[in-house]
Design a protein around this ligand. Structure first.
Ligand code: SF4
Length: 227
């Protein structure tokens, strides 16, 4: 599959979607530690809820690794409740803050000097940070060549017929297909949230239906039914 297919998909999606910063929590922060917290908070919830939780944290003076270690999980929990799974997320955030202090003296801008592979390994050793969370950080903060895959992207690319399989297999494939992974990541999520929804995708309004295997299969079964 060529990169021109990826370029066609991204061109068409970018013509129809406007991206609002609030839809992607990490786009709202420059500080790497806050970017990471926003990504952890957005696990299994909307980015808007993650941003509400971030607002509570920052309003309570919690911005640095030191602040979080000093506060402890119990102070954080009520502030992030709006983002769900708050017990688990509070623990992950405190582990992240401890790692940041121990390894980097609380200054995660130092990660810019590290190899992305090393950053990925260190982050995924923290309980609660998996491949997707680490990849989102790598792509948004380090501008690394990787491709975070969430449930929307997984569903959309599988339906189009571009990639399927394990996380690693899909990541490799998507890097081959899409020359600009950040743009593709954002637009495919937007497409999955608005048009290629899990239930009842709006295929007739979809701007890439002519290159989608799922849509072709729908039309084929319709033709067979009409016989
Ligand atoms: S045609 Fe339907 S299944 Fe295919 S990408 Fe568009 S909305 Fe998704």
């Amino acid at each position: 599959m060529s990169s021109s297919l990826g370029e066609t998909i991204i061109k068409r999606l970018s013509d129809v979607y406007r991206i609002d910063k609030d839809e992607f929590a990490p786009l709202n922060f420059k500080d790497p530690f806050l970017i990471l917290i926003s990504i952890i908070l957005s696990q299994n919830t909307t980015d808007r809820n993650a941003l509400k939780a971030m607002k509570n944290l920052v309003a309570n003076g919690l911005t640095s690794s030191q602040d979080y270690v000093k506060a402890g999980a119990d102070k954080i929990k009520p502030l992030i409740k709006v983002a769900g799974l708050y017990e688990q997320k509070a623990k992950t955030i405190i582990s992240l803050a401890s790692w940041s202090l121990e390894k980097y003296g609380g200054d995660l801008t130092k990660l810019k000097q590290e190899e992305p592979e090393k950053v990925y390994e260190e982050l995924t050793e923290i309980k609660g940070i998996g491949p997707k969370t680490a990849d989102v950080f790598l792509i948004f903060y380090l501008n690394a060549r990787t491709f975070p895959i969430d449930t929307h992207i997984k569903r959309v690319v599988k339906r189009i017929g571009i990639a399927e399989g394990s996380y690693d297999v899909m990541r490799k494939k998507l890097l081959q297909v899409f020359p600009d992974p950040i743009k593709a990541h954002i637009l495919l999520i937007k497409h999955g949230r608005t048009t290629c929804t899990a239930r009842k995708p709006k295929c007739n309004q979809c701007v890439i239906n002519d290159i989608c295997k799922y849509y072709a299969s729908l039309n084929l079964s319709k033709r067979i039914d009409e016989g």
